[in-house]
Design a protein around this ligand. Sequence first.
Ligand code: ASP
Length: 422
Amino acid sequence: MKRTNLHWQILTALALGVGAGLIWPEGTRLPGGIHPFAVFDFLGTTFLRALKMVIVPLLAGSIISGVAGVGASRGLGRMFGKTFGWYITTSLMAILMGLILVNLVQPGLSNGVAVGQRMGLTEASPELAAKLEGHSAGDIVMILQRMIPSNPVAAAADGQMLPLIFFCLLLGIAITGLPNNQKSAQLGFWESLFAAMMKITGWVIATAPIGIFGLMAKTTAGSGFAAFAPLARYGLTVLGALILHAAIVLPLLLRFGGRVSPLRHAKVMAPVLLTAFSTRSSSATLPLTMNTIEKNAGVSNRVTSFVLPLGATINMDGTALYECVAAMFIAQAYGIELGFGAQLLIVFTALLASIGAAGIPAAGLVMISVILEAVGLPLEGLAMILAIDPILDMCRTAVNVWSDSCGAVFVARSEGESEILK
Ligand code: ASP
């Protein structure tokens, strides 16, 4: 399959998926006893499983060989600094963009009246309450502590990204300091594991249009569009802020910080962003992101294998922005006025919540409870924004992955790489 055609194929699959989902909503039965929903579910789930299959070995192979291959740990420290610098700066910019827009648009008010009651603010369902229980501001300390796996193999088996990354970073650094004969055995193994995983990723990518058709059809068949109407202003505020951040702020940083054409980068990234959009998972998209950034954007393996796995886990501009707007919207809908101090607290907790959110669907939704608790807002407010979350999740996930990829290009350029997007 020609790579240049892939994003058209994915786009077509996306549109066909939405169409199929609308024509055959959940529960439809076709002649011969065929349930279209079951077919959509099968196609989408199979694709997701294939993507997830490669994540852990790809991640381990890429980080360990990447870090160990960098050699001198001084270079590594510098790259660490730049990567974190990019992640924190862009996430904060995203949050501020959300904060400005939500204060301007005030989606939680209608003609100056809080919309909460009109939207039928109800008690949180028992399932939601159970899901939220145990999420508090104390989580932030826990996030840091949980980075250290008590058992790295278990962390890998459970797909816990942050502890796995932490361990792989340590192992990579340790290998750097080994005597040459031991070092080359380890390095060779992890490098070839990584190369093999990239091959498998390529095969999985070839099936993306089919999988994405299934995922989109399943989402639309399940909920349709009707459920989203009352939340339009809130949703549009999030979308507007996401678009401003992704289409103006990040490209400007890329243009002037990385001295590359943002348009060319966007073209290369199109299939990846569409995949992020339809899988709603930065982690599941990671194999594709790495493959594309290395093979098509020309970023070195050294930078790709360090910046992207870390980014998929801790850098979530879209999620950070969304956390902030959602918390502010809930406050407005309840008629609660938040002063400067409370808004600052929201900014800070939104940043931490986005770092702590896993790269999986709806992770950001659950993390809002951390902010609501920190600021003292009612958790029931979450019930209001549930209906529209899947769509916003798609958009914020695409922005999360877009920012990771821009970070990789930025760091590579600042490391003196000149073959990028040529
Ligand atoms: N789904 C998002 C991601 O994987 C996380 C979130 O829910 O905000 O990037």
